[in-house]
Design a protein. Structure first.
Length: 224
């Protein structure tokens, strides 16, 4: 674990351990603000993203999502004892409203690859990187509750997020560490910084007894 030095008196230097985080898909929009906020709080971050990103304490691992394989992951992602692993990637998911219409065929191979990026990749990373002290989180969506029938157009997106919810719950039953999920509701541009701060506060307050739970971004429990 990396350390930062704190001059607590004229004669004493104390090395304070820096928390480490692996962030997946947090290189643009709200995710970028979240990454910056964690860095400002002293996290040493490995960022797996398709976006260009540069910020102090962040090692950006630029990837092409559709060329990502297990072997490539082994090559790119360092083996560390992370304090936090957080999944915020979104490659889509398929099928959407276009492919659900008559006459529009979906490439099943492409559909399978979206499933690999959004569902199987997190599973693989957790199995190989999570430790007894790691907090592991997924960004979800309220769409998985299925209350609004008009949201059928996001069927693929809702499907992969639902799979992540159940995988998270399964991990919480069989693995040590704290497994959780966040329902963001929405991320207004003007609230990016506030939401990043709020969600970080929720994550840092999680205890072992919270493993397997889902939370709204304000910290209240999201009961599905």
């Amino acid at each position: 674990m990396s350390t930062i030095s704190c001059a607590c008196s004229s004669s004493i230097l104390i090395n304070i351990p820096m928390k480490t985080a692996l962030l997946v898909g947090c290189g643009s929009k709200w995710g970028a603000e979240f990454t910056k906020h964690l860095s400002d709080r002293g996290y040493q971050i490995d960022l797996l993203s398709g976006s260009d990103f540069s910020y102090p304490n962040v090692t950006a691992i630029r990837i092409n999502w559709f060329e990502l394989t297990v072997d490539k992951i082994k090559e790119l992602v360092p083996k560390k004892n992370y304090d936090l692993i957080f999944f915020n990637q979104n490659s889509g998911g398929s099928p959407n409203d276009h492919y659900l219409k008559p006459g529009n065929e979906l490439d099943v191979g492409q559909w399978n690859y979206h499933n690999w990026i959004n569902v199987q990749l997190p599973y693989y990373l957790v199995k190989h990187l999570a430790t007894t002290t790691t907090k592991v989180g997924w960004m979800l969506t309220g769409l998985i509750a299925g209350h609004d029938a008009n949201m059928f157009q996001y069927a693929g997106y809702a499907t992969v997020k639902s799979a992540n919810l159940h995988i998270m719950r399964g991990f919480s039953q069989f693995h040590p560490g704290v497994f959780f999920a966040i329902n963001p509701l929405w991320f207004p541009l003007e609230d990016y910084a506030k939401d990043a701060e709020q969600i970080t506060s929720v994550i840092e307050s999680l205890k072992l007894t919270d493993s397997g739970k889902t939370f709204n971004k304000n910290g209240s429990e999201w009961l599905l």
